[in-house]
Design a protein around this ligand. Sequence first.
Ligand code: ATP
Length: 241
Amino acid sequence: MLEVENLQVVYNNAIEAVRNASLNVTAGGITALLGANGAGKTTLLKAISGVLYPEDGKIRDGVIRFEGCDLTKLAPDDIVRLGIAHVPEGRKLFIELTVEENLVVGGHTTNRADIARRLEEIYQLFPQLKNRRTVLSGYLSGGEQQMVAIGRALMANPRLLMLDEPSLGIAPLMAEAIYAAVRRLSGEGGLTVLLVEQNASLALDASRNAFVLENGRVVLDGTSEELKRNEDVCEFYLGLG
Ligand code: ATP
């Protein structure tokens, strides 16, 4: 579904954040992208969704193809229309808008007639958001904000959902609820998920396969089961020793 080939991304013409990285995400299921702080995970997601440019980040080389279509020259809106939605690290909600207003903003590429139906689907996935639909999102807990951020991305009706650190700074019970929802989306919902996580054990339990980035390079990949069984991988790359 998504192929990244020899991708190189630099910031300010100097810092090589992603170096010749190649990976592929097959349709269905959850693919995890793991690695330490600064390994290049967020940069890779931003390159896929076309949002590097405001930060002086540039794709210097390589190809990103989604269902055969080259994304590297497309605007972020066009990438959303092709079927990719990105939940950024830190959620980046409009905190002075209500829950529902944030969700509706996420539907800006969606047909007006479909917005009400999508909202209902999101409230079914995260029932607690329905009770809080008129609350300013700045007043929500971190976990609820993450639910809104995921809901906002789902409003675009994506086929590939990219999640950047969905468990970061969230109470463990809320993280579990979010992971349960993501599993449901990819299981019954048939959505393909690319999941960036620093919590390797959470991500490997949820995913079918995984890639490990180190200093901008893909240094390992395999099924999540294989990676979990490999003690060296756990100790050296995933901090699970
Ligand atoms: P984290 O989990 O900390 O976000 P990451 O694996 O997502 O880590 P990136 O955020 O992609 O890593 O960062 C990769 C490298 O690029 C790091 O060396 C980082 O300092 C650098 N970098 C990231 N964003 C910028 C930017 N806007 N300008 C300059 N350098 C950047």
